[in-house]
Design a protein around this ligand. Sequence first.
Ligand code: AVI
Length: 321
Amino acid sequence: PSHSQSKVKLYDLHPSLADFRTEIIKGLQQPQKAISAKFLYDKKGSELFDQICDLDEYYLTRTEMGILKDNAHEIASLIGDGVLVEFGSGSSQKVRIILDAMKQLPIYVALDISVQHLYESCHNLVEAYPDLNAIAICTDYTQPLHLPKIPLIENKYKVGFFPGSSIGNLEPVEVVEFLKNVGKILQPNGSLIIGVDLKKERSILEPAYDDSQGVSAAFALNLLTRINRELKANFNLDNFIYRATYNELGRIEMYIVSLKNQVIKIDDVEIEFKQGELLRTEHSYKYTCTEFQSLAAQAGFQAKCVWTDSQQLFSLHYLTF
Ligand code: AVI
Protein backbone atom coordinates (compact mmCIF):
# COMPACT_ATOMS: atom_id res chain seq x y z
CA PRO A 1 0.00 0.00 0.00
CA SER A 2 1.29 3.43 -0.82
CA HIS A 3 0.74 6.59 1.16
CA SER A 4 0.99 8.79 -1.83
CA GLN A 5 -1.09 11.76 -0.77
CA SER A 6 1.88 13.76 0.46
CA LYS A 7 3.71 13.14 -2.79
CA VAL A 8 1.83 15.85 -4.66
CA LYS A 9 3.23 19.27 -3.86
CA LEU A 10 0.69 21.96 -4.63
CA TYR A 11 1.59 25.57 -5.35
CA ASP A 12 -1.48 27.76 -5.74
CA LEU A 13 -0.52 30.96 -7.57
CA HIS A 14 -4.17 32.06 -7.38
CA PRO A 15 -4.73 32.90 -11.05
CA SER A 16 -7.10 35.83 -11.27
CA LEU A 17 -10.19 34.38 -12.86
CA ALA A 18 -11.36 36.90 -15.41
CA ASP A 19 -14.54 38.60 -14.39
CA PHE A 20 -17.15 36.49 -16.16
CA ARG A 21 -19.86 39.16 -16.25
CA THR A 22 -17.61 41.96 -17.53
CA GLU A 23 -16.08 39.80 -20.26
CA ILE A 24 -19.39 38.33 -21.43
CA ILE A 25 -21.12 41.69 -21.70
CA LYS A 26 -18.12 43.23 -23.43
CA GLY A 27 -18.03 40.32 -25.88
CA LEU A 28 -21.74 40.66 -26.66
CA GLN A 29 -21.56 44.41 -27.21
CA GLN A 30 -18.92 44.17 -29.95
CA PRO A 31 -20.04 44.55 -33.59
CA GLN A 32 -18.91 40.93 -34.15
CA LYS A 33 -20.20 39.22 -31.03
CA ALA A 34 -17.57 36.89 -29.57
CA ILE A 35 -16.95 35.12 -26.28
CA SER A 36 -13.62 33.69 -25.17
CA ALA A 37 -13.45 29.89 -25.53
CA LYS A 38 -12.16 29.52 -21.97
CA PHE A 39 -15.71 30.16 -20.68
CA LEU A 40 -16.97 26.97 -22.37
CA TYR A 41 -15.40 24.83 -19.65
CA ASP A 42 -17.68 24.95 -16.62
CA LYS A 43 -18.50 21.57 -15.04
CA LYS A 44 -21.07 20.62 -17.69
CA GLY A 45 -18.88 22.02 -20.47
CA SER A 46 -15.87 19.98 -19.35
CA GLU A 47 -18.03 16.84 -19.31
CA LEU A 48 -19.32 17.60 -22.81
CA PHE A 49 -15.78 18.20 -24.03
CA ASP A 50 -14.75 14.78 -22.69
CA GLN A 51 -17.67 13.32 -24.68
CA ILE A 52 -16.47 15.13 -27.80
CA CYS A 53 -13.06 13.48 -27.38
CA ASP A 54 -14.74 10.06 -27.55
CA LEU A 55 -16.79 10.77 -30.70
CA ASP A 56 -16.05 8.81 -33.88
CA GLU A 57 -15.98 12.05 -35.84
CA TYR A 58 -13.51 13.74 -33.43
CA TYR A 59 -10.37 11.98 -34.68
CA LEU A 60 -7.96 14.25 -32.76
CA THR A 61 -7.77 12.56 -29.36
CA ARG A 62 -7.41 8.95 -30.45
CA THR A 63 -5.01 9.88 -33.25
CA GLU A 64 -2.73 11.80 -30.91
CA MET A 65 -2.83 8.97 -28.37
CA GLY A 66 -1.84 6.58 -31.18
CA ILE A 67 1.11 8.78 -32.15
CA LEU A 68 2.20 8.99 -28.52
CA LYS A 69 1.98 5.20 -28.14
CA ASP A 70 3.80 4.49 -31.40
CA ASN A 71 6.69 6.74 -30.41
CA ALA A 72 6.62 6.44 -26.64
CA HIS A 73 10.10 4.93 -26.32
CA GLU A 74 11.75 7.58 -28.45
CA ILE A 75 9.87 10.30 -26.53
CA ALA A 76 10.86 8.73 -23.23
CA SER A 77 14.52 8.72 -24.21
CA LEU A 78 14.35 12.38 -25.27
CA ILE A 79 13.06 13.26 -21.83
CA GLY A 80 15.72 11.17 -20.11
CA ASP A 81 16.21 12.49 -16.60
CA GLY A 82 14.67 15.86 -17.41
CA VAL A 83 11.67 17.46 -15.73
CA LEU A 84 8.38 16.98 -17.61
CA VAL A 85 6.23 20.14 -17.52
CA GLU A 86 2.66 19.81 -18.80
CA PHE A 87 0.77 22.98 -19.77
CA GLY A 88 -2.97 22.66 -19.13
CA SER A 89 -2.71 19.18 -17.66
CA GLY A 90 -6.47 18.63 -17.33
CA SER A 91 -7.00 15.05 -16.23
CA SER A 92 -3.34 14.05 -16.91
CA GLN A 93 -4.30 11.04 -19.07
CA LYS A 94 -2.03 11.42 -22.09
CA VAL A 95 1.09 11.82 -19.97
CA ARG A 96 0.56 8.26 -18.74
CA ILE A 97 1.51 6.95 -22.19
CA ILE A 98 4.88 8.66 -21.78
CA LEU A 99 5.32 7.63 -18.15
CA ASP A 100 4.61 4.00 -19.07
CA ALA A 101 7.56 4.06 -21.46
CA MET A 102 10.09 5.66 -19.07
CA LYS A 103 12.75 3.53 -17.44
CA GLN A 104 12.99 6.00 -14.62
CA LEU A 105 10.08 8.29 -13.79
CA PRO A 106 10.75 11.99 -14.36
CA ILE A 107 9.74 14.79 -12.03
CA TYR A 108 6.32 15.82 -13.31
CA VAL A 109 5.13 19.42 -13.11
CA ALA A 110 1.46 20.00 -13.97
CA LEU A 111 0.15 23.49 -14.71
CA ASP A 112 -3.60 24.04 -14.77
CA ILE A 113 -6.07 26.81 -13.96
CA SER A 114 -8.57 24.68 -12.05
CA VAL A 115 -7.09 23.96 -8.62
CA GLN A 116 -9.42 21.14 -7.71
CA HIS A 117 -9.17 19.32 -11.04
CA LEU A 118 -5.39 19.79 -10.94
CA TYR A 119 -4.93 18.41 -7.47
CA GLU A 120 -7.25 15.44 -7.99
CA SER A 121 -5.64 14.50 -11.29
CA CYS A 122 -2.13 14.66 -9.84
CA HIS A 123 -3.27 12.68 -6.86
CA ASN A 124 -4.72 9.95 -9.13
CA LEU A 125 -1.53 9.96 -11.15
CA VAL A 126 0.63 9.44 -8.09
CA GLU A 127 -1.69 6.62 -7.00
CA ALA A 128 -0.98 4.93 -10.33
CA TYR A 129 2.76 5.77 -10.27
CA PRO A 130 3.74 5.69 -6.58
CA ASP A 131 7.35 6.65 -7.31
CA LEU A 132 6.37 9.73 -9.27
CA ASN A 133 7.34 13.11 -7.89
CA ALA A 134 4.45 15.37 -8.89
CA ILE A 135 4.36 19.14 -8.53
CA ALA A 136 1.00 20.79 -9.19
CA ILE A 137 1.01 24.50 -9.96
CA CYS A 138 -2.33 26.26 -10.17
CA THR A 139 -1.89 29.10 -12.65
CA ASP A 140 -3.24 30.50 -15.90
CA TYR A 141 -0.63 29.17 -18.31
CA THR A 142 -1.89 31.43 -21.11
CA GLN A 143 -0.71 34.48 -19.17
CA PRO A 144 2.97 35.43 -18.80
CA LEU A 145 4.18 33.42 -15.84
CA HIS A 146 7.18 32.44 -13.78
CA LEU A 147 7.48 29.19 -11.95
CA PRO A 148 7.93 29.57 -8.21
CA LYS A 149 11.39 28.75 -6.89
CA ILE A 150 11.36 24.99 -6.55
CA PRO A 151 14.83 23.63 -5.69
CA LEU A 152 13.96 20.18 -7.07
CA ILE A 153 13.55 21.52 -10.61
CA GLU A 154 15.72 24.61 -10.66
CA ASN A 155 18.47 24.54 -13.28
CA LYS A 156 17.29 21.15 -14.48
CA TYR A 157 16.67 20.27 -18.09
CA LYS A 158 12.95 20.75 -18.75
CA VAL A 159 10.69 19.23 -21.41
CA GLY A 160 7.34 20.94 -21.97
CA PHE A 161 4.31 18.87 -22.95
CA PHE A 162 1.27 20.52 -24.58
CA PRO A 163 -0.94 17.91 -26.22
CA GLY A 164 -4.47 18.12 -27.64
CA SER A 165 -3.90 20.83 -30.25
CA SER A 166 -5.09 23.41 -27.72
CA ILE A 167 -2.54 25.68 -29.40
CA GLY A 168 -5.06 25.79 -32.28
CA ASN A 169 -7.55 27.69 -30.14
CA LEU A 170 -5.17 30.68 -29.98
CA GLU A 171 -4.86 33.23 -32.76
CA PRO A 172 -1.51 32.89 -34.59
CA VAL A 173 -0.13 36.08 -32.96
CA GLU A 174 -1.11 34.70 -29.56
CA VAL A 175 0.65 31.43 -30.42
CA VAL A 176 3.97 33.26 -30.77
CA GLU A 177 3.47 35.13 -27.48
CA PHE A 178 2.45 31.93 -25.70
CA LEU A 179 5.43 29.96 -27.03
CA LYS A 180 7.84 32.73 -26.02
CA ASN A 181 6.44 32.46 -22.54
CA VAL A 182 6.80 28.67 -22.61
CA GLY A 183 10.41 29.10 -23.76
CA LYS A 184 11.16 31.33 -20.76
CA ILE A 185 9.86 28.69 -18.39
CA LEU A 186 11.82 25.90 -20.05
CA GLN A 187 15.14 27.70 -20.53
CA PRO A 188 18.01 27.17 -20.64
CA ASN A 189 18.09 24.43 -23.29
CA GLY A 190 14.53 23.29 -22.77
CA SER A 191 12.46 21.42 -25.29
CA LEU A 192 8.79 21.07 -26.10
CA ILE A 193 6.53 18.24 -27.25
CA ILE A 194 3.37 19.74 -28.70
CA GLY A 195 0.32 18.30 -30.47
CA VAL A 196 -0.96 20.19 -33.52
CA ASP A 197 -3.92 19.24 -35.68
CA LEU A 198 -3.10 19.16 -39.40
CA LYS A 199 -4.87 20.81 -42.35
CA LYS A 200 -7.08 18.34 -44.18
CA GLU A 201 -10.27 18.01 -46.23
CA ARG A 202 -13.34 19.88 -45.09
CA SER A 203 -15.29 16.58 -45.23
CA ILE A 204 -13.27 15.29 -42.25
CA LEU A 205 -12.90 18.58 -40.38
CA GLU A 206 -16.46 19.85 -40.33
CA PRO A 207 -18.09 16.69 -38.88
CA ALA A 208 -15.38 16.64 -36.19
CA TYR A 209 -16.74 20.00 -35.00
CA ASP A 210 -20.43 19.41 -35.78
CA ASP A 211 -21.09 15.76 -35.04
CA SER A 212 -24.15 13.68 -35.85
CA GLN A 213 -25.09 13.26 -32.18
CA GLY A 214 -25.10 16.99 -31.53
CA VAL A 215 -22.52 16.90 -28.73
CA SER A 216 -20.47 19.71 -30.27
CA ALA A 217 -23.64 21.79 -30.57
CA ALA A 218 -24.57 21.08 -26.95
CA PHE A 219 -21.01 22.04 -25.89
CA ALA A 220 -21.29 25.48 -27.53
CA LEU A 221 -24.91 26.13 -26.53
CA ASN A 222 -24.09 25.24 -22.91
CA LEU A 223 -22.39 28.65 -22.83
CA LEU A 224 -25.85 30.27 -23.04
CA THR A 225 -27.14 28.02 -20.26
CA ARG A 226 -24.17 29.04 -18.16
CA ILE A 227 -24.79 32.74 -18.82
CA ASN A 228 -28.49 32.30 -17.94
CA ARG A 229 -27.60 30.59 -14.68
CA GLU A 230 -24.66 32.65 -13.51
CA LEU A 231 -25.65 36.08 -14.82
CA LYS A 232 -29.44 35.95 -14.57
CA ALA A 233 -29.89 36.13 -18.33
CA ASN A 234 -32.84 34.96 -20.40
CA PHE A 235 -31.45 33.29 -23.53
CA ASN A 236 -34.10 30.98 -25.00
CA LEU A 237 -32.08 28.09 -26.41
CA ASP A 238 -34.83 27.27 -28.93
CA ASN A 239 -33.99 30.53 -30.69
CA PHE A 240 -30.33 29.71 -31.37
CA ILE A 241 -28.45 27.04 -33.32
CA TYR A 242 -24.81 26.01 -33.56
CA ARG A 243 -22.70 26.16 -36.71
CA ALA A 244 -19.09 25.14 -37.48
CA THR A 245 -17.38 25.92 -40.78
CA TYR A 246 -13.85 25.47 -42.10
CA ASN A 247 -12.60 28.36 -44.20
CA GLU A 248 -9.66 29.47 -46.29
CA LEU A 249 -7.97 31.02 -43.25
CA GLY A 250 -7.23 27.43 -42.22
CA ARG A 251 -9.46 27.44 -39.22
CA ILE A 252 -12.72 26.00 -38.00
CA GLU A 253 -14.98 28.83 -36.91
CA MET A 254 -17.60 27.95 -34.34
CA TYR A 255 -20.67 30.09 -33.92
CA ILE A 256 -24.00 30.33 -32.19
CA VAL A 257 -26.56 31.70 -34.69
CA SER A 258 -29.63 33.71 -33.76
CA LEU A 259 -32.72 32.30 -35.50
CA LYS A 260 -34.67 35.56 -35.22
CA ASN A 261 -34.55 39.21 -34.27
CA GLN A 262 -34.55 39.18 -30.49
CA VAL A 263 -33.50 41.15 -27.43
CA ILE A 264 -31.83 39.29 -24.57
CA LYS A 265 -31.52 40.58 -21.05
CA ILE A 266 -28.49 39.87 -18.92
CA ASP A 267 -29.69 41.15 -15.59
CA ASP A 268 -30.36 44.80 -16.52
CA VAL A 269 -28.31 44.91 -19.74
CA GLU A 270 -30.12 44.46 -23.06
CA ILE A 271 -28.41 42.76 -25.99
CA GLU A 272 -29.95 42.84 -29.45
CA PHE A 273 -29.58 39.98 -31.93
CA LYS A 274 -30.59 40.22 -35.59
CA GLN A 275 -31.93 37.17 -37.38
CA GLY A 276 -28.89 35.22 -38.65
CA GLU A 277 -26.45 37.17 -36.47
CA LEU A 278 -23.44 35.20 -35.29
CA LEU A 279 -21.88 34.90 -31.84
CA ARG A 280 -18.39 33.43 -32.14
CA THR A 281 -17.45 30.87 -29.51
CA GLU A 282 -14.16 29.45 -30.84
CA HIS A 283 -11.57 29.27 -33.57
CA SER A 284 -9.63 26.06 -34.08
CA TYR A 285 -6.64 26.62 -36.37
CA LYS A 286 -5.13 23.82 -38.43
CA TYR A 287 -1.51 23.96 -39.55
CA THR A 288 0.74 22.10 -41.94
CA CYS A 289 3.95 20.93 -40.27
CA THR A 290 6.01 23.67 -41.89
CA GLU A 291 3.46 26.38 -41.06
CA PHE A 292 3.58 25.44 -37.41
CA GLN A 293 7.37 25.12 -37.38
CA SER A 294 7.78 28.64 -38.73
CA LEU A 295 5.39 30.05 -36.11
CA ALA A 296 7.40 28.25 -33.45
CA ALA A 297 10.62 29.64 -34.96
CA GLN A 298 9.26 33.18 -34.42
CA ALA A 299 9.15 32.33 -30.73
CA GLY A 300 12.72 31.01 -30.72
CA PHE A 301 12.02 27.29 -31.06
CA GLN A 302 13.92 25.02 -33.44
CA ALA A 303 12.11 22.11 -35.06
CA LYS A 304 13.90 18.85 -34.28
CA CYS A 305 11.42 16.20 -35.26
CA VAL A 306 7.76 15.64 -36.02
CA TRP A 307 5.71 12.48 -35.67
CA THR A 308 2.41 11.93 -37.50
CA ASP A 309 -0.09 9.11 -38.03
CA SER A 310 -0.34 7.08 -41.26
CA GLN A 311 -3.29 9.19 -42.50
CA GLN A 312 -1.54 12.51 -41.78
CA LEU A 313 -4.38 13.69 -39.59
CA PHE A 314 -2.39 14.97 -36.61
CA SER A 315 1.17 15.99 -35.77
CA LEU A 316 3.30 15.83 -32.65
CA HIS A 317 6.28 18.18 -32.78
CA TYR A 318 9.52 18.01 -30.87
CA LEU A 319 11.15 21.44 -30.66
CA THR A 320 14.10 22.84 -28.74
CA PHE A 321 14.55 26.31 -27.31
C1 AVI B 1 -9.62 22.06 -26.85
N1 AVI B 1 -9.54 22.19 -28.30
C2 AVI B 1 -8.29 21.63 -28.81
C3 AVI B 1 -10.72 21.71 -29.04
C4 AVI B 1 -10.49 21.85 -30.56
O1 AVI B 1 -10.45 20.82 -31.24
O2 AVI B 1 -10.28 22.95 -31.02
C5 AVI B 1 -11.99 22.44 -28.62
C6 AVI B 1 -13.23 21.97 -29.32
N2 AVI B 1 -14.32 22.68 -29.54
C7 AVI B 1 -15.24 21.97 -30.13
N3 AVI B 1 -14.76 20.78 -30.35
C8 AVI B 1 -13.52 20.74 -29.84
